[in-house]
Design a binder for this molecule. Structure first.
Ligand code: PLP
Length: 344
């Protein structure tokens, strides 16, 4: 089988404008750095608390839920792995909309499960009938979706969670850049699991921490499946500090959202076809339909974006929203590519 292919990571110190893996362009909150500095040697000598309770308590307070509704993981990919191992048996069927985060198919195959790729509706609304017709055991939905950045209303997800008896997993890796979430639905639907991460909204992709939210008896099942010490002592304290500093995080989200709208509007004026995004990235269709050439043309100028060599995406590139200077570099790079093409 093919494994998951992560985005390119340049060497530390290599000078590129890095807009290819949807990291947050701002540094983490100063409270995070303080929490890391306060880690005692004794905390490193001993095994960490197996359930990351300092983190669960802090997160539960901020989210207005109880700690037993939270499971912490080594990034949200770990939560997706735990959910797949908990709820899918060999031979089962996992459905997800297409295109979406390519890890889902890899996780299903690792579990010897089959996949049903259900096309999004034309307007990127949820293909509820398609999901139900596939008769899967579980449905995974990234909301906002990657790589499209599109968002479906939590009301539609509630409709699906009611009509479908299996697991509905909503991957909210990018939810803080949207205006709504499925958090309030968890108390009403015991088949709903949400996964979230500190990699995007909290600038902590290098720390590796994410979490799942579900009803306590669902979390209890997932706890049996996770590795005993899946979150390290530093990560749990740093993430607790990050989620407590909502003021810092929210200010950065607003800046990223404003930049997203600016880049969308400037690219549209340059003839690109940009999907309305509720994430910290945009999927942009090249005016000449040549996504790979745009990706390579930007790479030659030291600007990294993501290109997906798969049907339906070859005319597009996915661009992470950076700080304004990085976005200006991207727009300049794109203008240079079009100028070179016109001259040729
Ligand atoms: C939709 C989606 N879910 C989950 C993840 C994984 O995030 P983490 O860094 O928490 O493992 C990503 C990362 O790009 C993503 O795009």
């Amino acid at each position: 089988m093919d494994g998951y292919t992560p985005g390119e990571q340049p060497g530390i110190g290599e000078r590129v404008v890095k807009l290819n893996t949807n990291e947050n362009p701002f540094p983490p909150s100063p409270m995070v750095l303080r929490a890391i500095k306060e880690v005692e040697p004794e905390m490193l000598r001993r095994y960490p608390n197996p359930n990351a309770d300092v983190f669960r308590t802090a997160a539960a307070k901020v989210l207005g839920i109880t700690p037993d509704m939270i499971i912490a993981g080594n990034g949200s990919d770990d939560i997706l792995t735990i959910a797949t191992r908990t709820f899918l048996s060999p031979g089962d069927l996992l459905a997800y909309p297409d295109p979406t985060y390519s890890l889902y198919s890899v996780l299903a195959r690792l579990q010897d499960a089959k996949v049903a790729e259900v096309s999004w509706e034309r307007d990127y609304s949820l293909p509820i009938d398609g999901f139900l017709a596939a008769k899967p055991q579980a449905i995974y939905i990234a909301n906002p979706n990657a790589p499209t950045g599109t968002f479906v209303s939590p009301l539609k997800i509630a409709e699906l969670a009611k009509a479908f008896k299996g697991l509905v997993l909503v991957d909210e890796a990018y939810v803080d850049f949207a205006d709504d979430s499925c958090l309030a639905l968890v108390k009403q639907h015991e088949n709903l699991v949400i996964s979230r991460t500190f990699s995007k909204a909290y600038s902590l992709a290098g720390l590796r921490i994410g979490y799942g939210i579900a009803q306590p008896k669902v979390i209890a099942e997932m706890m049996k499946v996770k590795d005993s010490y899946n979150v390290d002592a530093i990560a749990m304290c740093a993430a607790a500090a990050a989620i407590q500093d909502q003021e810092y995080a929210r200010e950065k989200w607003e800046q990223i959202k404003n930049e997203r709208e600016r880049v969308t509007s400037e690219l549209t004026q340059l003839g690109w076809d940009v999907l309305p995004s509720r994430a910290n990235f945009i999927l942009a269709g090249a005016p000449d339909g040549r996504g790979r050439e745009a990706y390579l043309g930007l790479k030659a100028q030291g600007i990294l974006v993501r290109y997906f060599d798969r049907p339906g995406l070859t005319d597009k590139i996915r661009i992470t929203i950076g700080q304004s200077q990085e976005n200006n570099a991207l727009l300049g790079g794109i203008r240079r590519i079009s100028a070179t093409e016109k001259a040729a």
